[in-house]
Design a protein around this ligand. Sequence first.
Ligand code: SF4
Length: 313
Amino acid sequence: MEENKNKEQTQQGGRKRKRRHRHSGGGNNAAQNQQNQQNQQNQQNQQQIAQAQQTQQSQQNGNKQKNKPHNNQNAGKQQPATQSQKNQNHSAKQQNVSNKEKANDKKDENRKDTYVYMLDGNLYINLTNKCSNGCDFCVRNERTSYYGHHLWLRHGEPTVDKVIAQVNGFGDLTRFKEVVFCGFGEPTYKVAEMLKLCDYFHEKGVKTRLNTNGQGNLINKRDIIPDLKGKLDFVNVSLNASCAEKYQPICRSQFGENGFTAMVDFAKQCRRNGINCRFSIVDCIGEEEVEACKRLAESVKVPLYVRAYITDS
Ligand code: SF4
């Protein structure tokens, strides 16, 4: 700023010197006339200079006014959303999803619900749309289908037989790396169905994995971990944040901050019960938070997997 001011003064000074030099170099009349003319000219020049300075000053003031919103950091900067604004945005997103879904329902009245879908060499099982969380980054918030799979269940949650009927359409299951319980909801709401299906898939020679928010014990109001042993070959628990205070604003567990504590404990207990289990986080949470999650995972002796945020379908 100071540097610009100095440049401006130098430019003005330059203009003043030029004008004086130009006007002082008039014709060859009598000395008095010449002096009078010179005096008049000087007066005019001074008036012009004063006028020019006034105009310049008022232009600068005008520019300051115009630029105010850009110069004012707070005006240009987005204020951090309050929790209530975030909740309102989240509700608006959910409403938007619901509206999109209704519009899609109208377009495709006869579309069957998807309980089973294929992705990246795995077979995925979509048992429910219930979830105890309402995560900001959930793919459910952004789209009504996931990689072309319509995972919103319009005709209710499937029975084990209905799932198996769809699984049969995929032929030999041994070509899949794993069968993963993961859809547009938290699979532990359907723990009984999931465990029966685990038996079915093991009989077919396929490994099973659960992707969970880790709140299954709170959801079922009992310790479900002993039931999972021998049924699930792998459990992936979404950690998402390094502490309850950071988890709750982005994941909105219906159990409040207990959701986070129960989730960490769930992963710990899975490992203590001999179930192969890890935490996962998405890389969009920021480097510092990723590091804090690593420290937490280490402290409870649960491995951590950092995965890329899914941005496109
Ligand atoms: S826990 Fe999973 S399914 Fe539930 S809202 Fe979060 S990302 Fe979506």
